[in-house]
Design a protein around this ligand. Structure first.
Ligand code: ATR
Length: 278
């Protein structure tokens, strides 16, 4: 029987998850399918409840449904519990279970891009304070970050993160010129710099020469932030790796094979990114 999974979002046409899972299904010769499911918020609960009867063994969940699905699924995963957000669902014992693989994806991408990046995380800077920032901060704290400075336009949202993650999180605004001083890692979690969004301008000169700069935005793959970091000679990690790595645990649950993130997979997704303007 053909096993089916899908990505649930609203809108969902931009999602590259079908490309990733479709590649792996072919690569491993698995009789499976991975669809896009555009589900408006008012139909979400019903869609999730009927996932099994629609023939799905599981699903990915994307914007804007991650928090709502957290409340609809059985969640034993401590990461999803800490974030209050689920991005991966699977059926087990007749129930829909949820986990969050964004943190693991973020960390695996940095592990691959610069092994040992977390050896001494004295200070990291996170731009943005939304759902993606939450996952990044959780991951950095897991890897022992001593101090994380959150830079956000709306300070109230950054304050919520400080309340959630406590004393190792400090908050500041975009005008704070000292934010990057002695930071070993800079992460952009905002949508700034994405194709069609306003540009992201940050003066990187205060960063130390061995700092690592990463951007969760992957359209374009080389964002202006990453280009500026490279021009300064800094190591960079692009956002595509996180997308690929966060997909691994779901595929393994649904289709029974732990897939590999390879250059061939990356090239496959990249060719789509370069040919289809969104
Ligand atoms: P996600 O779940 O992907 O993190 P989000 O919760 O909508 O998305 O968060 C978007 C982040 O990008 C926020 O930190 C937002 O800043 P605010 O909290 O002040 O809204 C930031 N962001 C988006 N557009 C921005 C802009 N034009 N200028 C500055 N920050 C922006």
């Amino acid at each position: 029987m053909t096993k089916r999974a899908c990505v649930i979002g609203y809108p969902v046409s931009h999602s590259r998850s079908p490309l990733v899972h479709g590649f792996w299904l072919r690569e491993y010769g698995i009789d499976g399918r991975y669809d896009r499911a555009e589900v408006p918020p008012h139909e979400l609960a019903e869609f999730i409840a009927a996932l099994e009867s629609r023939g799905y063994v599981g699903a990915n969940v994307t914007v804007p449904h991650k928090e709502a699905v957290f409340r609809l699924a059985r969640v034993e995963d401590p990461v999803a519990q800490a974030l209050g957000a689920v991005n991966t669902l699977w059926l087990e014992g007749g129930r829909m279970h949820g986990m969050n693989t964004d943190v693991a994806g973020f960390l695996a991408n940095l592990d691959e891009s610069r092994p040992g990046w977390d050896r001494s995380l004295a200070k990291a800077v996170v731009l943005g304070a939304g759902g993606a920032a939450r996952a990044v901060i959780y991951g950095l704290l897991q890897r022992g970050a001593a101090k994380i400075v959150v830079v956000n336009r709306t300070l109230e949202r950054a304050r919520e993160l400080r309340v959630r993650f406590k004393e190792r999180v400090a908050i500041t605004d975009w005008n704070d010129e000292t934010a990057l001083v002695q930071a070993c890692l800079l992460v952009n979690t905002t949508s700034l710099g994405m194709t069609g969004q306003p540009a992201l301008f940050v003066d990187l000169s205060p960063l130390p020469a061995d700092a690592l700069v990463t951007d969760l935005v992957y359209t374009p793959l080389e964002t202006p932030l990453l280009a500026a970091a490279k021009a300064r000679g800094l190591t960079t990690a692009d956002g595509l790796g996180m997308l690929l790595h966060q997909a691994v645990p779901g595929f393994e649950r649904w289709f029974g094979v732990r897939p590999k993130v390879t250059k061939a997979l990356r090239d496959h997704v990249l060719s789509d990114l370069s040919t289809v303007p969104r």
